[in-house]
Design a protein around this ligand. Structure first.
Ligand code: FPP
Length: 256
């Protein structure tokens, strides 16, 4: 695969300030297809190709974790044909892309209620996780059947259970306790995205990583996900690099 991020990267991207964790809400597949008088699934198919492009661009740039919102706990409300197609995408995607992922040292991980997915989808995802488990470069983290409120609810239940059993002292519950019960726990100190990008012009969070994005920079772009390119990705990362992150404090030069 050929990517054209090189020129933008050399000219403007600050290689010392690449976000470690980038999260993306990949929106606009349906509208992309509608605009072309195509069925919605054609947008998802093209969107899957975009996933490959942006995975490689992010890995090449030095991103450590790329979390992609591929299917939400609310997406089951869509027409059956569309849901079935979305459920078939991981099989198509991984059967053609795992060799490229391994070549680029990218490991696959997943957050979400995977055990509620169709058996074939679960197998495709679990096989990809297993096949790439020794890769030590970027983590390509798919949110599949993921919803942040459900995730937090599950965490609360687990914490309450531990308190009821006496293995956890209620007075000891702190933010780390919550972190430790979320699906992003395995990411350790990389669990919080530095930047959350949403394509397609919609400006909402849609139940994605609500706890984890507390201090993330938010970037919205009008481009539909199937039209998203490596160059656009690089330009949004450059936009991120222009932001001043203060985490509730002050800029260092304003501390007097
Ligand atoms: C939102 O667009 C997109 C989705 C619900 C699905 C996203 C899935 C992909 C991009 C492919 C994922 C690939 C793998 C490998 C799992 P929308 O359909 O809501 O668009 P609309 O708002 O224009 O209707």
């Amino acid at each position: 695969m050929v990517f054209n991020t090189k020129k933008i990267v050399t000219d403007q991207l600050d290689k010392t300030n690449v976000p470690e964790h980038v999260a993306i809400i990949m929106d606009g597949n349906g509208r992309w297809a509608k605009r072309r008088h195509l069925p919605r699934i054609a947008g998802h198919k093209k969107g899957m190709d975009t996933v490959k492009t942006i995975t490689m661009a992010a890995s090449e740039m030095g991103v450590k974790v790329l979390t992609l919102y591929a299917f939400s706990t609310e997406n089951w409300k869509r027409p059956t044909d569309e849901v079935n197609y979305l459920m078939s995408l991981p099989t198509t995607f991984f059967s053609s892309f795992v060799p490229d992922l391994i070549k680029n040292n990218v490991s696959v991980k997943v957050i979400g209620y995977v055990d509620q997915l169709p058996a074939a989808t679960q197998k495709a995802v679990n096989d990809a996780v297993e096949q790439t488990k020794d890769c030590t470069g970027m983590i390509l983290n798919f949110a599949l059947n993921y919803g942040s409120r459900a995730e937090i609810t599950t965490a609360v239940k687990e914490i309450a259970q531990e308190a009821a059993e006496g293995t956890l002292d209620v007075n000891q519950i702190n933010e780390q306790t919550i972190d430790q019960h979320l699906m992003t726990k395995f990411l350790g100190n990389l669990a919080t995205p530095d930047v959350l990008i949403r394509s397609s012009g919609e400006e909402r969070i849609s139940n994605f990583l609500l706890w984890q994005i507390a201090y993330s920079e938010l970037i919205f772009t009008d481009t539909y996900w199937p039209d998203f390119t490596a160059e656009l990705f690089a330009s949004l990362i450059i936009e991120y690099q222009g932001r001043h992150r203060r985490f509730g404090g002050l800029d260092p030069d304003k501390k007097e």
